[in-house]
Design a protein around this ligand. Structure first.
Ligand SMILES: Cc1cc2nc3c(=O)[nH]c(=O)nc-3n(C[C@H](O)[C@H](O)[C@H](O)COP(=O)(O)OP(=O)(O)OC[C@H]3O[C@@H](n4cnc5c(N)ncnc54)[C@H](O)[C@@H]3O)c2cc1C
Length: 406
């Protein structure tokens, strides 16, 4: 047993951050490190299960369940609930300092022995819901549901999985609504999956009445809010065609916001990030800089290739990073970094090879073990039974104590 104080801070509590903080809090609960404290930080008071967003726009009851109270996540890991060792802070990370401290938007400065950054990437509403409280976030999403119901026409810009699912859900629920999906590429869905998947998606969306437009890049005025309110707009494509709609969704992929590393880059006089903001890492998930051995970047925030930007990959990465932090704790790295020789686990470089894309409750496409189920009924079967039932909500809800999303 070691009684030393060890402070682990995890920033960004979603797919990756949840897995990391629970794994490390579980070590604390085993009792060998009574001074181990896990502090979790997120800009939102809730975890928003964004994977369910496409269904939430047409199913109010479902949307209600997508928000989980962050302050409940680590309560099962407290040894003495009256004397809690772990803490949730609702704040944004503003800066990481070279003296092993971070600064938060609420003015707090936290020291850490180990820091895990899992701040992911930010999508447009409703793939992301940012609000001051869980209640506000929930009412924003539920209002969107009403707006979708009332809008006569919907434009979805971006034909990745999120755009295809969103257009499919809306067209399936409201067959009379005019739904248009515009995509800049020649095929729908991520390009690391087979072309047959796109053919199937185009065909099935058209069957639902969606107007699918490929090879069209929209010209989007910078002030277009994409906030889910009904706002009749006439947007132009580069082809010269005009697309009229009452409600618009932007699903062109997320942006990585890691401006919190700018001052550290200046202090260290080095670049820690790629041009798109992704944090450069070693295969161990440590930031790629010799003075930042105790700082990790996990999940969508890091510079791994696009085939890793999936929830299942974020969880696998989190398991490797958490195991490495635990190895370092057990080797006493936080006490004596210079004399501490540790061998850490490395990422195997594997990328996602499975995708299931529902389009409403009955249609969909899937790729499993390298085989694309696009046009055929197997895609529908897999979409309906694997993901289309509840977008894996029930499985993911078990990450939190019961009632956290009530
Ligand atoms: C609509 C949608 C559907 C998807 N469907 C699937 C799917 O079916 N299967 C699949 O495998 N993947 C899917 N994905 C991808 C998957 O959701 C992501 O790969 C995964 O969520 C990445 O997890 P993450 O923890 O790295 O980051 P994120 O989930 O992006 O979480 C980042 C967290 O950090 C917080 N944060 C951000 N900045 C700060 C800051 N400065 N300070 C404090 N907190 C901050 C955010 O509030 C958030 O909680 C989908 C994505 C979307 C948008």
């Amino acid at each position: 047993m070691s009684t030393r104080d060890i402070h682990v801070v995890v920033v960004g509590i979603s797919t990756a951050g949840i897995a990391i903080s629970k794994a490390i809090a579980a070590l604390a609960k085993k009792g060998r490190y009574p001074g181990l404290h896990v502090t979790i930080v997120d800009r939102n008071a809730y975890w928003y299960y964004m994977i369910g967003a496409p269904r939430a726009v047409v199913d109010k009851q479902f949307g209600h369940q997508l928000f989980f109270r962050q302050d409940t996540l680590l309560t099962p890991f407290e040894v003495d609930p009256l004397n809690p060792k772990h803490r949730f802070i609702q704040a944004s990370l503003v800066a990481v300092n070279s003296d092993k401290s971070i600064e938060l938007s609420n003015g707090e400065k936290l020291s850490f022995d180990y820091l895990l950054l899992s701040t992911g990437a930010t999508n447009s509403f409703p793939a992301n819901v940012i609000a001051p409280s869980l209640e506000d976030a929930r009412s924003r999403l539920l209002q969107l549901h009403d707006n979708v119901k009332n809008a006569e026409s919907v434009l979805v810009i971006g034909g990745g999985a999120v755009g295809v699912e969103t257009a499919g859900e809306i067209a399936s629920e409201y067959p009379k609504k005019k739904v248009t999906l515009v995509h800049s590429g020649a095929r729908l869905l991520p390009s690391n999956f087979k072309a047959g998947l796109s053919d199937g998606a185009v065909r099935k969306l058209r069957r639902l009445g969606v107007a699918v437009v490929l090879n069209e890049r929209m010209v989007i005025p910078a002030d277009t809010p994409f906030d889910g309110t009904i706002r009749p707009l006439s947007l132009k494509g580069k082809s010269g065609n005009t697309y009229d709609s009452e409600l618009q969704f932007l699903t062109i992929g997320p942006k990585i916001h890691t401006e919190y590393l700018v001052s550290l880059e200046e202090q260290l006089d080095t670049k820690l990030r790629e041009a798109n903001g992704a944090i450069r890492i070693k295969p161990t998930f440590q930031i790629d800089h010799d003075q930042l051995t105790a700082v990790f970047a996990v999940g969508d925030v890091n510079s791994l290739p696009a085939g890793n930007k999936y929830a299942m990959k974020a969880v696998e990465q989190a398991q490797v990073a958490a195991a490495n932090v635990i190895t370092m704790i057990e080797a006493g790295f936080d006490q004596n970094p210079k004399d501490c020789n540790v061998s850490l686990e490395e990422w195997d470089g594997s990328e996602a090879n499975m995708i299931v894309v529902p389009m409403g409750r009955n249609l969909g496409v899937a790729q499993v073990a390298g085989i694309a189920f696009g046009r055929c009924f197997v895609g529908n079967f897999l979409a309906r039974n694997v993901k289309g039932k509840d977008y894996f909500l029930a499985k993911n809800a078990t990450e939190f104590p019961p009632g956290a999303n009530a």
